[in-house]
Design a protein around this ligand. Structure first.
Ligand code: ADP
Ligand code: MG
Length: 393
């Protein structure tokens, strides 16, 4: 990768210096408590490294979507205790970045401070350099470890990187760029992508970008139904985007034999009538039923194809995985990725729901991206502003 990283900075550039670190602590909350701390844990390699090297660490993050000003419902105070527990040291809270310079300078070597939600301050989402200068005053150099926010040009992700140097990628950012980047630019072949999820509309650019790069694209999820409709097949009451069938037809023409559609589906009269579910071939979907998963024949077919692959990128569940038993196809694909990984394939999972679907399997996969939207935009081949603004090697 062509971006300078934290590992490129010499010890003298870290020791005693204030590291302004943009992290993605946009964690799900439930009743004011952190419901899933994986995003905080994902930033630990960078934070721990900086502390070991004697840096003073000032953390910046957004949380949720506050509407134009401070709002206790989105205060990072709510996650401070979890950050302390995971880092293993007290964390100083900076409630207002404009008044935080003294606090940042008071930090001991290895000390950590957390700045209140970046989206509380006017200018964050407008990428305003004035707000960026407020952030800049809190650090001596800049580290961006917030891959999940890198597709947004915001003051704390983009403008700040132009104003505070060195501006380098943290270890999580580096890992994300390495796995997603290698898959796109230098994949070990065969390179097989699995795409699913609810809608084809959000994934068109991903399909377009992956088609010339992949050897095969396996299609599942409701998205497959739009392709079925494009082929003139009955899709019943399945989730279909009728206005996208023309586009699906064009993709099928362009993709040729690379686009692999499900052989059959698990259908039911409704999500709440799983007991009546049946497996049918793709051209036998009943007119009053809906597709909720890929069938066993498709699971077998996809597994065989995945076991031949040496690089696999997966985005989008194969069915309504939140509602068992319609999680079977998604679980089967997850198991096939693990199996392919055991045989040496690089296995990468991107997307918010997809990451949730493989929860617990992370150690058995090469990489599970922490960035939902960011990983999709990256796979579309779009430059990520938060990455582009960092220094090149
Ligand atoms: P990601 O967040 O990983 O990018 P998406 O948001 O595109 O994934 O899609 C996930 C959603 O797709 C899930 O909520 C799942 O229930 C839904 N989905 C998958 N298959 C179907 C289907 N056959 N019918 C309805 N919804 C489906
Ligand atoms: Mg999603």
């Amino acid at each position: 990768m062509s971006k300078r990283t934290l590992a490129d900075l010499p010890a003298a550039a870290l020791d005693g210096k204030r590291a302004l670190v943009r992290v993605d602590f946009n964690v799900p909350l439930k009743d004011g408590a952190v419901a899933d701390d994986s995003r905080i844990r994902a930033a630990l390699p960078t934070i721990n490294y900086l502390r070991e090297k004697g840096a003073r660490v000032v953390l910046l993050s957004h949380l949720g979507r506050p509407k134009g000003g401070p709002d206790p419902a989105y205060s990072l105070q709510q996650i401070r205790r979890d950050v302390e527990r995971l880092i293993g040291t007290p964390v100083e809270f900076i409630p207002d970045p404009a008044a935080g310079v003294a606090a940042s300078k008071r930090l001991p070597r290895g000390g950590v401070a957390l700045v209140e939600n970046t989206r509380f301050w006017p200018g964050e989402e407008q990428n305003d350099p004035r707000l960026a200068r407020t952030f800049v005053a809190l650090g001596d150099f800049y580290v961006n470890d917030a891959f999940g926010s890198a597709h947004r040009a915001h003051a704390s992700t983009e403008a700040v990187a132009h104003l505070l140097k060195p501006a380098v990628a943290g270890f999580l950012m580096e890992k994300e760029l390495r796995f997603l980047g290698d898959a796109l630019t230098d994949p070990k072949r065969p390179f097989v992508a699995v795409l699913g999820g609810a809608k084809i509309s959000g994934k068109i650019d991903v399909i377009e970008a992956l088609l010339p790069r992949c050897d095969e694209i396996l299609i599942g999820g409701a998205m497959a139904c739009t392709f079925f409709a494009a082929l003139g097949l009955e899709v019943g009451t399945s989730l279909v985007e009728r206005d996208k069938t023309e586009l699906a037809r064009a993709l099928l023409a362009k993709g040729g034999r690379k686009l692999i559609l499900p052989r059959g589906a698990v259908v039911a009269p409704g999500l709440d009538r799983a007991a009546e579910r049946q497996e049918v071939a793709s051209d036998e979907i009943p007119a009053t039923w809906a597709v909720f998963d890929i069938d066993q024949a498709t699971q077998n077919d996809f597994r065989a194809r995945l076991l031949r692959a040496r690089t696999i990128v997966w985005n989008g569940p194969m069915g309504v995985f939140e509602t068992p038993p319609f999680d079977a196809g998604t679980r089967a694909v997850a198991a096939a990725l693990v199996e392919a990984g055991d045989k040496g394939a690089v296995t990468v999972v991107g997307g918010g729901d997809s990451a949730a679907a493989v929860a617990g399997l992370e150690p058995k996969l090469s990489h599970v991206s922490t960035g939902g939207g960011a990983s999709l935009e990256f796979l579309e081949g779009k430059p990520l502003p938060g990455v582009a603004a960092l220094e090149d090697t």
